[in-house]
Design a protein around this ligand. Sequence first.
Ligand SMILES: [Zn+2]
Length: 111
Amino acid sequence: MAALKQLLLGKQKELLALESIGNKESKTVELDQTCVGRVSRMDALQGQAMALESQRRRELELRYIAAALQRMDQGDFGCCLECGEAIRYERLEYNPAVPLCITCASAAENP
Ligand SMILES: [Zn+2]
């Protein structure tokens, strides 16, 4: 459990660091849009879309991590948010921020 918390905190720190780099990157893209030519503008827009997408994914993961840390403090960490069953340790070890057990997660992915 303590190991998992360390893992979560480490990941959170990593994501926050990436986020500050990402913010710098999207600012650079905005500046690049003033470049001449349609192609470079297209590239800039595509780059910006990709930056936004990875930013969106980071934010989602950060939210999961924050929620997992909160559940740890409340003492109900490791229980599936959907069915309340304990999530397998191997699954948590792989990604401690997962909110659902494997059954509910696959049900959510393939309704
Ligand atoms: Zn479940």
